[in-house]
Design a binder for this molecule. Sequence first.
Ligand SMILES: [Zn+2]
Length: 199
Amino acid sequence: MDQQENNQTKKIMFHSRPDRADMPIHIPITRCPPKGIGPLIILSSDVIGCHLHYWRGRSTPCQGENCEACADGQIPRWRGYLIVMNPKGDEKIMMEITAAAVPPIDVYFSEHGTLRNALLYLKRVGMKPNGKLLSKIETSARTLASLPAEPNLSNLLLRMWGMNTAEKNSPEIQRKIRGDRLKQSDFEEERSSLNNGHC
Ligand SMILES: [Zn+2]
């Protein structure tokens, strides 16, 4: 009996605190509403884009040659992501854009070498929920130094797509989290999550 209990206990890895990867993603993802949105202050230095499928009830990156969704005849679509902030500076949002919105953004990037601190306006043709997305981008009067640090967008996307296993299983990260302990602010930032929208 004792031996059996012992064996069962050995199989369990207790983690009395969650990893960072277990915490909800605290920057909500948003698409442009029918009436448009902006100005938004861009915090990311560039767009991060990916070809995605809506597959088995969720958005998931195309896996290329071995992609199950492609094999099923699903066409991948490009989506781009930027972290933006409202002008009051009290809310960060992960904004999803489509290919049609990219050209003005690309021109700005070519001229400035970064999108950080630019003002982004998005609108939809015909003010329809899925109307073609158009963008306008301008320079901001703010100083770059007044912006918060650039959030790690690729990391957030990997977490959103459930591809954060390397981070979660890394012994280094585990040690770091155990050593640092989670600060109260980590919990306070988690009020909003991806539940109000999906990729
Ligand atoms: Zn695919």
